[in-house]
Design a protein around this ligand. Sequence first.
Ligand code: SF4
Ligand code: SF4
Length: 343
Amino acid sequence: MLYKILDKKDFKDFVNNLISAYEVTAPKKISQALHDFFPIKSYEEMDLSYKRTTLPPAKKMLFPSNEALASYTVGNNIEVKSLNESKEQLLFGVGAWDINGMNFLDRIFSTDFIDENYMEKRKKLKVIGIDAEPSDANFASSVGSEFAKEGFDLFLSDIGDKYFVRIGTAAGAEIASKFGDFLDASDVDYSAYDRQMDLYKNKFNVNVNLDNFFENFEIVYGKKDLWEKLAKSCFSCGSCNLVCPTCFCFNVRDDIKIDLAGGIKSRQWDSCMISNYGLVAGGHNFRPDEANRLKQRYRCKLKTFVEKFGQYSCVGCGRCVEACLAKINIYEDINAVKEEVSI
Ligand code: SF4
Ligand code: SF4
């Protein structure tokens, strides 16, 4: 890791230089209360003061909600053509928890099998992170996601009249030397950065204690009453999955031409919280009710990948809490599990 500083007076030029060289996707203000990541054409379009975006930017770019995978023709021979649209892109201004969410997807789509559609896009994506403002529901610091150790080319931290910049990759070093007036960090800058990081950790209002959750969850897993109580207002809408930076389930669909001469195979985001997710041929549903689906979602987020990868598959972004019309809240439910065990 290399450490540099960028004076704020040079920041606008840096961003505009990037825009002239890359397709840059950055946070934009959509309405009074809403930001989202979109391609930008000038520095002025960007608004880094966002607290959250409805959809996680890296997931939206690397694993689109609807993606064509292959086309095929059926004649004397069957011909299959892979459809994989990838291009050089730069994601600017993404927060640490969303970088950690992307790091999780990187592991999912490159472990056990290589998902070419995802990985091709990922290889061509440059990432510049920033210490974004956590929203009121953000509990990233409780799951160790408020800080990104990897997954970015550059990461910017505001230390007053300049940014302290961590350079994470060779591509990041090239970006810094080509597009900005980056200087070596001095001892004073390192001290300012340490102070800033201490202050930054205090911006996370929600603290969740996950100690023993792993063990406690198994103790309460069979307690039907508890899960029915926690899931009782769930509409099975699936919003919590769709907004989640780490949810990766998808369905594959065939759109076949009416003459059966060929078709397109595509994938769409799926949701483990909707009623037909566990439905199989013959009409049996492995996850027939809301309570069953909710506890399985929590198992996936907070237990399964602790066993598989040694990490939660929840980065604490709080999006599912804010998206849920039924006010089902993952961090309150973590506490509910703890309370149930202590009764
Ligand atoms: S928990 Fe909330 S967001 Fe998720 S499916 Fe149920 S109602 Fe929808
Ligand atoms: S489960 Fe909720 S809080 Fe955790 S990463 Fe997904 S959307 Fe964010």
